[in-house]
Design a protein around this ligand. Structure first.
Ligand code: WTA
Length: 567
């Protein structure tokens, strides 16, 4: 049994007011996430409690108390204000998982600007689309990523400032670039936090679309109400926890549960700025005495592959609770975790658009391995009949995962794309784009996505974005991008390509095209396989039918092909 009571107890008389009360917030009050995550925790007597313990890939460590993160976020906020940036401006964070990413995020929110975190492995084209779409005024980045920004600068008239952190002055600064050193800037104690209100925009995360380019998901400061309570009830974060969220704040898990939830709860969290490696992950848990661990199925599958022996070499007795997000968590992984760690991974389901966990397994609730769990109290989740656009009258059938659009951290719209936002609704329900079925006890069982988006290692990749980038390669005439199965990453990107006259298929060309995409978009979006074909299946109206290619890759029935041109 958990310290927060059973799931059924929580359902009774639930109101988001519980969270508002705990946070001391009343409708109509000023609400600023940056303040709640730092100043408030200090005012509660935890100024000297460790907030962030950071470890770099080569082992250096930096430690920040709640007072330190309060002061550092003030410093960054004051610096951005000094540059003339104003509330509502978009400031992009384009960094590895270094402390300035976490502190910068809070500083941006404190001055009422909108934080736009982007994954630092993005290539120049991925970066360009997102910066340009958001009309970002500034980007905070590291010296090593500056070349990617310089490459696209001419096409970004709105981008006034490129703020380079930790810049040691080796290379001369160019147009619009400024160097910022947090340590040298010194702490700023007296600071005026911008009086943001519930509906003031806070965070802009970009997510993949099926038919179009990525969309900016707009969140507001009121999201805190849901992120705080789900952090407490779904992740079971406690005051004495050492928490480790393995996600990168370039993606929503890394901000909602890698910054906002733990800090607003006054929890100590640690960050490892290094890629995946089983040995170093176990060492990190042992050294940091991690008690709550939030990770993802691809990482868990990789750990399973590394074997049980390596687990036994480490003292992992500090682990109290484990949770997972981002992809379906197969039952084998849950069973394995119970065997080697003595506790299961609790699956949690949500999206960039939902801002918080919406369906989950909770401490105190029986875990059904392979199931995503039940809706969070205060969230109405159903499985919708795709024909009638209403919930199935009885459980058992696979349909669309749909939510009543009324919880605090729901997205408010897609940035400059209200039309795409409106398309997310059917019969008054918000359509997640996922399919699932319900069992008799109300547990959700994931059945797959309802669109062409590729989920590789928990990262969503838009086939449209990859296809558009492929067309920029001189040899490519047409392309279709689908997923193919992968034992560790669940899915990887595969491209079917027809060539322009004068080009011949071959090993060199396929490697060249792969590299081209890796640099332009990211290593995640890079096709793991390119198949050169003479033609692509199309509808009579000329639209490429990814569905046919997808079915072949997954060994599934092809289904209705009556609209095919060349069948
Ligand atoms: C998928 C990540 C199965 C799903 C927080 C969703 C999952 C998309 C799960 C959102 C889960 C996330 N089981 N699938 N527990 N969690 N997904 O926007 O397809 O990067 O719609 O947000 O990931 O991915 P996003």
């Amino acid at each position: 049994m958990s310290h927060i009571g059973s799931y059924d107890d929580r359902l009774k008389n639930f109101s988001w007011n519980i969270s508002e009360k705990e946070l001391g917030y009343k409708p109509g009050d000023v609400i600023n996430i940056g303040w709640y995550c730092t100043d408030r925790i200090c005012q509660m007597g935890k100024a000297n409690k460790p907030a962030l313990i950071w470890e770099g890939s080569t082992g250096p460590e930096k430690r920040y108390t709640y007072n330190d993160i309060r002061l550092a976020s003030n410093t960054i906020g004051a610096y951005l204000r000094g540059l003339g940036l104003q509330a509502g401006d978009r400031v992009c964070l384009f960094m590895d998982k270094i402390p300035e990413l976490y502190l910068g995020f809070l500083g941006i929110l404190k001055i009422g600007e909108i934080a736009q975190p982007l994954f630092s492995a993005f290539g120049d084209e991925s970066l360009f689309f997102r910066l340009s779409n958001a009309e970002a005024s500034a980007v905070i980045t590291q010296k090593k990523h500056v070349p990617k920004v310089r490459k696209i600068l001419d096409k970004l008239p709105h981008l006034k400032h490129i703020i380079i952190v930790g810049h040691e002055g080796a290379a001369p600064l160019k147009e619009r670039e400024v160097a910022f050193n947090l340590e040298k800037a010194g702490p700023v104690d007296a600071f005026q936090i911008h009086p943001t209100m519930a509906e003031s925009p806070s965070v802009l995360h970009y997510t993949s679309g099926t038919t179009g380019m990525p969309k900016g998901v707009k969140h507001v400061h009121y999201s805190l109400i849901a992120q705080y309570l789900t952090g407490k009830w779904a992740l079971d974060l406690r005051d004495d926890d050492i928490y480790w969220c393995t996600a990168d704040p370039g993606w929503v898990t890394g901000t909602s549960y890698g910054i906002i939830a733990p800090f607003s709860l006054g929890v100590t969290q640690c960050v490892l700025d290094a890629g995946f490696q089983a040995e170093s992950w176990y060492k990190f848990i042992e050294k940091r005495r991690v008690s709550m661990w939030y990770s993802a199925p691809t990482a868990i599958r990789s750990l399973m592959k590394a074997g049980d022996e390596i687990v036994k070499k480490h003292d992992l007795s500090s682990l109290r609770h484990l949770a997972s997000v981002g992809e379906p968590l197969n039952s084998e992984a849950v069973v394995w975790s119970q065997k080697v760690f003595g506790k299961p991974f609790y699956d949690t389901y949500w999206q960039t658009e939902t801002g918080c966990i919406v369906i989950s397994n909770y401490p105190g609730m029986e875990v059904r391995p392979g199931s995503m769990g039940k809706p969070f109290p205060g969230v109405t989740g159903v499985v919708l009949d795709p024909v009638k656009n209403e919930p199935y009258p009885a459980p058992g059938k696979i349909g669309l995962v749909a939510l009543k659009f009324d919880w605090p951290s729901r997205m408010r719209t897609y940035w400059n794309n209200e039309e795409a936002f409106q398309k997310k609704f059917r019969g008054g329900w918000y359509i997640t784009g996922d399919r699932a079925r319900l069992d008799n006890e109300g547990y959700f069982w994931f059945a797959g996505r309802d669109d062409d988006i590729i989920n590789t290692a928990g990262h969503l990749v838009s086939p449209f974005e990859v296809e558009s980038a492929l067309l920029e390669h001189p040899a490519v005439a047409e392309s279709a991008v689908v997923s193919k199965p992968d034992p560790i990453n669940l899915e990887v990107v595969k491209a079917f390509v027809t060539l322009k006259p004068g080009f011949t298929a071959g090993k060199d060309l396929d490697l060249e095209i792969m590299n081209f995409i890796r640099k332009k978009l990211s290593p995640l979006a890079m096709p793991q396989e390119i198949e050169f074909v003479a033609g692509l299946p199309k509808t009579r109206s000329g639209k490429i039918m990814r569905r046919i290619l997808h079915a072949k890759e997954w060994g599934e029935e092809i289904g209705d092909t009556s609209t095919l041109e060349n069948d």
